[in-house]
Design a protein around this ligand. Structure first.
Ligand code: DOR
Ligand code: ZN
Length: 364
C-alpha cells in the first residue's frame, strides 16, 4: 500500500508525502522506571508493535516478570495509544524450558533473547555456553518460538571489530545445523559477513538492521574526538560493511527487516570514562530509515522492510492503518530533557529530510 505522492494538487508549496502501512520495530530497549516513562511513547507513536528486550536488572526470565513489565510499559503510554509491546524472555544457563514454553503458549512471550554472557549492557546473566541451553532450544524449535540473537563472541582475544563475524562462524553456523527448524533472528547486523550468511541461509534465518548502522561507520566514533553517542554494540564497522547493510536493507529481500535497537542511556552514563553502549534512535527512527532509503533510491521498498517482512517472519498479521512522512526538513534536538534525565538522541543537531506526521496516523 505504500504511496509516494505529491500532496494536494493545486497546493503550491505542498511537498511529497510517503504513506506506509503502520510499521513495527522488531528490537527496542524501553528500560524501566522514569526512563521507561520518558522513552516508551517515542517508540509507540511511530510503531504499532515492538519486540521489547528483556535486559533489565534483574533480567526478564519468567512469565510473571514479563507480564508485570508489559503492564508497566502500557501504563507509561498516553491514554488511547494503540501500541502492542511484544515481550521476550532472557535466556540464562538455568532457564526453565517449561516456563518459556508456558509463556509462549499463553501469548506473553513472543520470542527468547540470547545474550552471550557479558557481551553487552546487562548481559551478566547471559548464556556462558550455547550447549547449556540446548534443552530450551529444542523446546522452542518444537513450538516454533523464535530465537533472537546478540551475535558477538565475548572472548577477550577476539578483536572487538571481529566479534560478529567470529560468532557467525563459531556459534551461529553450528547452531543452525543442530536446530534446522528453529526460527532465528540475527539482531542488529553490522558486517558484510552477516549479510552474506543471512542471504545464503534458509528461510528460518532473518536479520534486523538498525537505523544507525545504516548511517554510521566506525569513523563516527572518532570524528574530531571521542564520540560516545556513536558507541553501541555491536560497534559500527568499516564503511564497506555499512554499504553492504544499506544494500541488503533496501534490496527488498524479506530476510532483512526493521529493528532499531534504540538503547537510551542517560547522558552522564554515555559521556563518561567508561561510557555505556547504546544509541537512542527512537525519536526520529522512521525519519532516519526514510533518509537512508531515499539516498539508496529505494523509498518504494521502505514499506516492505518496515511493515511487512517482520510480521511475515514472525507469523503475525500485518498492521492495519497507515503512517505518513512528509518531505520537510526536520532538525533533531541536541538534547532531550525530562526532569533530571537528559538523553542525547541519534543524529542530534542534524537536519533530516522527512518529518513523521503523527497527526496523519490512521489505525484501520
Ligand atoms: O548498544 C547496545 N546497547 N547494544 C546492546 O546490545 C544492548 C544495548 C543496551 O541495552 O544498552
Ligand atoms: Zn539491543
Amino acid at each position: 500500500m505504500s504511496e509516494i505522492a505529491t500532496a494536494e494538487a493545486g497546493t503550491r508549496d505542498a511537498g511529497e508525502t510517503l504513506t506506509l502501512r503502520r510499521p513495527d520495530d522488531w528490537h527496542v530497549h524501553l528500560r524501566d522506571g522514569a526512563m521507561l516513562r520518558f522513552v516508551a511513547d517515542m517508540t509507540a507513536r511511530q510503531f504499532a508493535r515492538a519486540i521489547v528486550m528483556p535486559n533489565l536488572v534483574p533480567p526478564v526470565t519468567t512469565v510473571a516478570a514479563a507480564e508485570a513489565y508489559r503492564e508497566r510499559i502500557l501504563a507509561a503510554l498516553p491514554e488511547g495509544r494503540a501500541f502492542t509491546p511484544l515481550m521476550t524472555a532472557y535466556l540464562t544457563d538455568e532457564i526453565d524450558p517449561a516456563e518459556v514454553a508456558r509463556g509462549f503458549e499463553a501469548g506473553v512471550f513472543t520470542a527468547c533473547k540470547l545474550y552471550p554472557a557479558n557481551a553487552t549492557t546487562n548481559s551478566a546473566f547471559g548464556v556462558t555456553d550455547v550447549r547449556r541451553i540446548h534443552p530450551v532450544l529444542e523446546r522452542m524449535q518444537a513450538i516454533c518460538m523464535p530465537l533472537l540473537i546478540h551475535g558477538e563472541v565475548t572472548s577477550p582475544e577476539v578483536d572487538v571489530f571481529d566479534r560478529e563475524a567470529v560468532f557467525i562462524e563459531r556459534i551461529l553456523a553450528p547452531l543452525l545445523v543442530d536446530f534446522p527448524e528453529l526460527k532465528v533472528v540475527l539482531e542488529h547486523i553490522t558486517t558484510s559477513e552477516a549479510v552474506q550468511f543471512v542471504e545464503a541461509a534458509g528461510p528460518k534465518l532473518g536479520a534486523t538492521v538498525t537505523a544507525h548502522h545504516l548511517r554510521i561507520d566506525r569513523n563516527a566514533l572518532f570524528a574530531g574526538g571521542l564520540r560516545p553517542h556513536a558507541y553501541c554494540l555491536p560497534v559500527a564497522k568499516r564503511r564497506q560493511h555499512k554499504e553492504a547493510l544499506r544494500k541488503a536493507a533496501t534490496s527488498g529481500n524479506p530476510k532483512f527487516f526493521l529493528g532499531t535497537d534504540t538503547a537510551p542511556h542517560a547522558r552522564h552514563d554515555k559521556e563518561s570514562a567508561c561510557g555505556c553502549a547504546g544509541i537512542f534512535s527512537a525519536p526520529t527512527a522512521l525519519e532516519s530509515y526514510a533518509q537512508t532509503f531515499m539516498e539508496m533510491d529505494a523509498l518504494e521498498r521502505l514499506e516492505g522492510f518496515a511493515s511487512e517482512f517482520g510480521p511475515r517472519f514472525y507469523g503475525l498479521p500485518l498492521n492495519r492503518g497507515t503512517v505518513t512522512l512528509r518531505r520537510e526538513a526536520v532538525k533533531v534536538p541536541e538534547l532531550m530533557q525530562w526532569g533530571e534525565l537528559s538523553l542525547v538522541p541519534f543524529q542530534a543537531g542534524e537536519t533530516l529530510s522527512w518529518r513523521f506526521d503523527e497527526s496523519a496516523t490512521t489505525l484501520a
